[in-house]
Write a protein that binds this ligand. Structure first.
Ligand SMILES: Nc1ncnc2c1ncn2[C@@H]1O[C@H](COP(=O)(O)OP(=O)(O)OP(=O)(O)O)[C@@H](O)[C@H]1O
Ligand SMILES: [Mg+2]
Length: 228
């Protein structure tokens, strides 16, 4: 991998609340006046019991959702002041990694990595970029494999390569080791740390895994939608 001069995004969440309303009309306060910062280039574990608001906060950081109250800043950009199209633009600069990998089963590893750019363009440059990213995550030579031909850890590597396709400066990972055995999970976390070092990414990881949390620079604990 080549070392770049890029630094990750610095994020600031100020007094953010998010309430969901179920189809039956019940209100659920998933986040309750949460304030927390994520320094540029840091790796933070977001921990807390099931239902404590981890995924909700990750979605807000990634611009996939908006809080009902409060503000969110990525460097000097205020997400909460953006128009919908500006927020879509911001979202394209964030890499997402999920527990379920979210790969399309009929597509090869290379085409899965290229998914983020397929709606816009997909020339020779993108093909070679996808191959280079697959090599960066340790999958050189497996570009033409479909997900069913890959192990869980390899599928997660494809998903991480895809998350890097837009050259993000923030990587949001929701339970990235949740579907992996502990040895494979450790390898995936090693890879995330390597990417932080080589790409200067800011990384926020939602996890139940205390061993993973122990390796991160900081742990933020949520409980009932509040920072514990
Ligand atoms: N779309 C939704 N509609 C209604 N309620 C929701 C929705 N998404 C989440 N919630 C509720 O908001 C709260 C926080 O959910 P969230 O998914 O953020 O928790 P989590 O910490 O990620 O949990 P887990 O560890 O199980 O993934 C929960 O009570 C959940 O049921
Ligand atoms: Mg969750």
């Amino acid at each position: 991998m080549t070392t770049t001069e890029l630094t990750g995004r610095s994020l600031r969440v100020e007094s953010c609340s998010r309430t969901y309303t179920t189809p039956g009309g019940v209100s659920i306060k998933a986040l309750d006046e949460v304030s927390v910062g994520f320094p540029a280039g840091s790796v933070t574990a977001l921990c807390g019991p099931s239902g404590s608001g981890k995924s909700t906060l990750l979605h807000l950081l990634g611009g996939m959702d908006r809080p009902d109250a409060g503000s969110i800043w990525a460097d000097d950009d205020e997400l909460t002041a953006m128009s919908t199209s500006q927020l879509v633009g911001y979202r394209r600069t964030v890499g997402f990694v999920f527990q379920s990998f979210a790969l399309l089963p009929a597509l090869t590893a290379r085409d899965n990595v290229m998914l983020p750019v397929l709606p816009y363009r997909s020339g020779k440059q993108d093909l070679s970029r996808a191959a280079a990213l697959l090599a960066d995550v340790g999958l050189e030579g497996r570009e033409d494999a479909v997900p069913s031909q890959l192990s869980g850890g390899q599928r997660q590597r494809v998903a991480i390569a895809r998350a890097l396709m837009g050259d993000p400066r923030l990587l949001v990972a929701d339970e990235p080791t949740g579907n992996l055995d502990s040895a494979t999970g450790t390898e995936i976390v090693d890879l995330l740390f390597e990417l932080r070092a080589t790409r200067g990414l800011t990384i926020v990881i939602g996890t139940h895994d205390e061993a993973l949390a122990g390796r991160c620079d900081t742990t933020v604990r949520l409980h009932d939608g509040r920072v514990a």
